[in-house]
Write a protein that binds this ligand. Structure first.
Ligand code: DX5
Ligand code: ZN
Length: 228
């Protein structure tokens, strides 16, 4: 179990875009710690979501940290636009298909004043992120293949969460360990048990009738071992 603070980051991909401001107000009143914004370019992943314009709109609605997850090619080229739009943390993919120099992009994010995030797909071995761990603030472990909300959690990713936790302790460095995809009370519990401390949740929050109750349940998942 992590000693890091547990943070809930609803993914606005699952929000009602026809009533986005109201939906965000409700989720923030319900206790969301961060908002997670999924940027998809139709190239790195097989879906297109939204860009810096919407991030800027969300920034205008709230001062809560905006956790921007770039599922795009050439993230280095677009980082300055997301910084200008008001991102607080920017997370980029480590896979070669993202077509950027990862170390250089991480430096660019650092120099911009944002928190530095790195992530890996379920099929990518953990070794791919290891050399970068001392340079990051946030390690996002994808628990679904990125591109779409509403997919099923892959429990085998917990091995990566455990490895991330061990290395965080042994390297004497600090990074948040975030999980993204298929997070509900049961999988939140499993993730927290293995050392994650930031839970991204789209469907399980925005499809709930009561956002506050959904967020409370996710946050309290450490206390409910019996639900598994
Ligand atoms: C998937 C995105 C996720 C997604 C999570 O590519 O990175 O953030 O919105 O959605 P749920 O919680 O529905 O799996
Ligand atoms: Zn995401």
């Amino acid at each position: 179990m992590t000693s890091r603070p547990i943070l809930i980051a609803p993914s606005i991909l699952a929000a009602d875009f026809a009533h986005l401001a109201d939906d965000l107000e409700r989720v923030l009143a319900g206790g969301a710690d961060w908002l997670h914004l999924d940027i998809m370019d139709g190239q790195f992943v097989d879906n297109i979501s939204f860009g810096p314009g919407l991030v800027k709109t969300v920034r205008g609605l709230t001062s809560v940290p905006l956790d921007v997850h770039l599922m795009i090619e050439r993230a280095d080229h677009y980082v300055p636009r997301f910084v200008a739009a008001g991102a607080n943390s920017i997370t980029v993919h480590v896979e070669p298909e993202a077509k950027h120099d990862v170390a250089k992009t991480l430096r660019l994010i650092r120099e911009s004043g944002c928190r530095v995030g790195l992530t890996l797909n379920p099929a990518t071995p953990f070794a791919a992120v290891e050399p970068h761990l001392p340079k990051i603030d946030l390690l996002l472990i994808m628990t679904v293949h990125p591109g779409f909300g509403g997919q099923s959690f892959r429990p085998e990713m917990m091995e990566k969460v455990r490895r991330a936790t061990e290395l965080c302790d042994s390297l004497g460095t600090h990074y948040d360990i975030e999980v993204d995809g298929g997070i509900n009370p049961e999988t939140a519990h499993l993730s927290l048990e293995n050392g994650a401390n930031v839970l991204v949740a789209g469907t399980s929050v925005f499809q709930a009738d009561d956002y506050a109750a959904a967020i409370r349940t996710l946050r309290g998942s450490t206390l409910k071992p019996t639900i598994l």
